[in-house]
Design a protein around this ligand. Structure first.
Ligand code: SF4
Length: 267
């Protein structure tokens, strides 16, 4: 996670359709941006972390993104201008731009405008990293500007999903079906947490559902880690998984095998 950089408003902010309609640049609450490779979509990517999330995942490693008011009001053009500095590098690395968070769909107008400009002004491959809980806020127009959805399905068992996230599972499943109906490319992401999400029936449920969609080109089985625990402490919030171990390589391998047994590519 990087520190949010202060940028000036791009001169062409008012030239975009949504901005022109409102006669002012579209701003959003942004935590930071960063370059990453291998974890936020294909290739090297310019990742924008938006502030605000309606979930409270027990293993969240970015709890400092939870509150929208903690982000910095930032115009879309400032982020596009920053991403433009790396376009040649990103394209050479087969990458693109990813909108993450927090939950990007908490700010759907801002996220939509940003995706549109990253895709059409800079010509970048675009990815949306989301829990799907607010999938109803993603308009078809927004989704047309998304080349890949990174969709977190944090549990199949509904009680476990609520325990992990504090929210119900159904909106995520509904969004997944909508993406499937659209034929939209999806990578499913599943965090393997010993004693929480690793029940064989739970993994089997996520795998069977993902396979039934027909548009899931990859599954990331992400081993639980505690790299974000210091952030919880800094926020004065108890980290409930302090005593939970990371899964072993064998446990991660077994989970991937379940997804593979359904014909999915699990990494
Ligand atoms: S959805 Fe992501 S940002 Fe939000 S609480 Fe869960 S892990 Fe954290």
């Amino acid at each position: 996670m990087t520190v949010l950089l202060t940028q000036n408003l791009g001169a062409n902010d008012a030239a975009t359709p949504a901005a022109a309609a409102t006669h002012r640049p579209i701003e959003g609450s942004v935590h930071s941006w960063d370059l990453s490779t291998g974890v936020d979509g294909p290739g090297s990517r310019f990742v924008t972390f938006l502030s605000g999330c309606p979930l409270t995942c027990l293993y969240c490693h970015n709890p400092d993104t939870w509150r929208m008011r903690d982000g910095k009001r930032t115009p879309v053009g400032a982020i596009v201008a920053e991403a433009a500095k790396y376009t040649r590098f990103i394209e050479a690395a087969g990458g693109g731009a990813t909108i993450s968070g927090g939950e990007p769909l908490l700010q759907p107008v801002f996220a939509g405008e940003l995706l549109h400009r990253l895709k059409h002004e800079l010509g970048l491959h675009t990815a949306l990293d989301t829990s799907g809980f607010l999938g109803v806020r993603a308009t078809d127009a927004l989704l047309r500007d998304v080349d890949l959805v990174l969709l977190d399905i944090k549990s199949w068992d509904r009680a476990t999903y609520r325990k992990v996230t504090g929210r119900p599972l159904q909106p995520t499943l509904d969004f997944a079906r909508r993406l499937a109906d659209r034929g939209q490319d999806v990578w499913v992401r599943f965090v393997l947490v010993p004693g929480l999400t690793d029940d064989p029936g739970n993994i089997e449920g996520v795998a069977a559902f993902a396979a039934s969609l027909g548009n899931v080109s990859r599954v990331d089985v992400l081993p639980f880690h505690k790299l974000g625990e210091a952030k919880w402490q800094a926020l004065g919030t108890p980290f409930a998984l302090h005593d939970t171990p990371a899964p072993t390589a064998e446990e991660v391998g077994r989970a991937k095998a379940v997804f593979a047994s359904h014909g999915l590519t699990a990494v």
